[in-house]
Design a protein around this ligand. Sequence first.
Ligand code: PLP
Length: 458
Amino acid sequence: MTFLPSEFHAAMNRAHAGAREWIDSIPGRRVAPSANIDEMLAVFRGPLQEQPTAPADVVDELARLAEPGLMAMPSGRFFGWVIGGTLPASLGADWLVSSWDQNAAMRYASPATAAIELVAGEWLVDVLGLPPGSEVGFTTGATMANWTGLAAARAYLLDRVGWDVNTQGMQGSPPISVLAGAEGHTSVDLALRYLGFGSPTRVPADEQGRILVDELRVALRASESPVILCLQAGNLHSGAFDPMAEAITLAHEYGAWVHVDGAFGLWAAASPSLAPQLAGVERADSWATDAHKTLNVPYDCGVAIVAHPGAARAALGTQTAYLMRAEGNAPDPMDLTPEMSRRARGVPVWAALKQLGRSGLASLVDGLVSNAQALATELATLPGVLVLNEVVFTQVCLSFGSDDRTREVTSKLIADGAVWMSGSRWRGRDILRISVSNWSTDAGDVAFSVAAVQRAMR
Ligand SMILES: *Cc1c(COP(=O)(O)O)cnc(C)c1O
């Protein structure tokens, strides 16, 4: 088999055409997919054929057949879960990353991607107002970014009590108390599970889901072992932020490691008008966030940030002779993330920040919040609609009266498909949940979405 640039050109041209068709369809298309999973399986399933297929034909078939089963997640009218769209520069950069096909594990192996990711990390630490010198790893998402921060915490706290978790493991280790707010995200629970901690001790939260500092004090007093405290910047339902300054100061009095899950909410720190809600967050020990949510880079990209130089590497680093290292003692990318081999997913982050600049990033975040507030204000004027949360960030939770009625409106809206919002249950009620996470949502999308909800109500 021969490396033929022309074969790449043909496949890439088809990909380009298919991608353009998709992007061109976004402003006008229904958000919901028109085919369900069973229909898509019927399209794709079948025995693998015996003979090869021309690369361009493979790409062409893929683009054509997949289209009905795609959700328009890049649309400004998509408000499901917490899912961002894609900035043009990031999409272009992501294509380059695939074409370059670099294994981003080591500085020695790929100086270009290592440098770009290092700079993207420095820019992130800067725009988020975190301590200079914090170390940054690019993970698949916030789940693994949470895992990374918590793995660093585990190694660090156990080391302080004379236990090397890397060699001695968790069986028979000194105990660690893990505290988390009552409305912490399930991905923190997953990360704790992967690390052998089991479930955290839940600290009660207020009606917006913010951890209660008095209750935290009680929990800290009761802990007889080193503590990891998991805080949250951006509640999945209300968007609320834990009281960072108070909670972190208090936890540090008890020698705790404070980890902040800021998957989408940490980006508030990049906006001068929103940052005060997060004041003090920079004093935590580690942070997890997602670039594929609020920053709007293509899937996937999470960001793990650790304030203590060397702590992530102590937990995640490795040393064997065949991995050739660059000169000097700086960590390689693979020392700061769970993976060894991975794509250079920090490059689209660099591109997003370069496209936006500081002011563009602040406007992006401010814009999401003002659209969320506009949706909440306009929807609240409809008869029987209740906005259940204080809209302090990008999330809006609605009730239409009874749970039955809310579920009915939600399923009508989803069946209509012109916009997409998801259902959930929060504080004992069924809700329709809106997350404004797409950079391109504008006033037209807001008006269109209010009309779609009105239709679903009728
Ligand atoms: C989305 C989210 C996560 C999980 O992030 P993934 O990127 O899906 O791994 C964790 N915490 C919060 C608050 C989230 O919104």
